[in-house]
Design a protein around this ligand. Sequence first.
Ligand code: APR
Ligand code: ZN
Ligand code: ZN
Length: 361
Amino acid sequence: MTHQVRAVVARAKGAPVTVETITVPDPGPGEALVKVEACGVCHTDLHYREGGIGDEFPYLLGHEAAGTVEAVGEGVTDVAPGDFVVLNWRAVCGQCRACERGRPWYCFDTHNARQKMTLADGTELSPALGIGAFAEKTLVAAGQCTKVDPDASAAAVGLLGCGVMAGIGAAINTGGVGRGDSVAVIGCGGVGDAAVAGSRLAGAARIIAVDIDDRKLATAQRLGATHTVNSRETDPVEAIRELTGGFGADVVIEAVGRPETYRQAFYARDLAGTVVLVGVPTPEMRLELPLLDVFGRGGSLKSSWYGDCLPSRDFPMLVDLYQQGRLDLDAFVTETIALDQVEHAFDRMHHGDVLRSVVIL
Ligand code: APR
Ligand code: ZN
Ligand code: ZN
């Protein structure tokens, strides 16, 4: 059997997205059919549409999603029809060197659904980040589904599938932020704000939010920033040092992805502190640093991929914290929209007052 559903498709590089009827097959071995309830609009979706990720058009966009499993294929035991799930980018193999060494987030052999979803004329779709959830139903690998508390709001918890997990995980998993630490977060968009929220969860005593936009700093405060620095007006390295007794922060999280903010993060950490790089630079970006500073300042420089998360461990835990009122995921949901408003959400993305537009299905 197949399912005909409405979905948001990017047909060609740079062209506005369209709402189309697509065909979704019944789940085969190891796959799950998910009835999507909510899916956030992420910069990466726009990046796909602009051809910045690949040339495998048409793309089925959407990847920060929660929904209910409608059917599962042969051999699937971890999730069952009726389960409320948050989707992740890819199922891990459990058998490669990375998986065996307890680092499944670096798995060499991740997979998505094997069958293809198609346009009405049979053209195969490429699902964004292996998900494709701006659709009433989508087909994923069962290992991309993590069961969470069904009473939680789909719009809020779906965001754990990408940017919010990247930020929280950068603080908790990669940065190892601990009780009493001082943390500085450079760039307070969705990812940086999530790093602020994660630092608060981890018990950081001081959380310094840095951005060039005062509206972003206000949201960061709502999520737990204890101090804010507008780096257009004030040198952030000086400000962070001043706010940390002259030392620098124990952990600095960079969530912009530019040479100048990488440099700021490098110099804003305490001697022997940790820099966590989350912002993704472009291939041509370069940063020159005196080697004596790299050597002399000690500590560590780490990059954080998908918040070093393990969905089966982290998603249910964070949903519980949300349900208990200890993690404000609602603060990330700026507006809820319909499927046909994704293009509009792309337009609004670069206005300072939008963290996430979330499509409700
Ligand atoms: N200094 C400080 N903040 C800056 C600067 C700067 N020079 N330039 C931009 N910013 C701020 C913006 O004002 C915005 O609040 O950085 C934030 C970036 O946020 P978004 O554009 O919403 O991006 P986000 O989704 O948070 O992702 C941030 O993390 O995962 C990566 O690919 C992602 O590189 C991107 C980064
Ligand atoms: Zn995303
Ligand atoms: Zn593996």
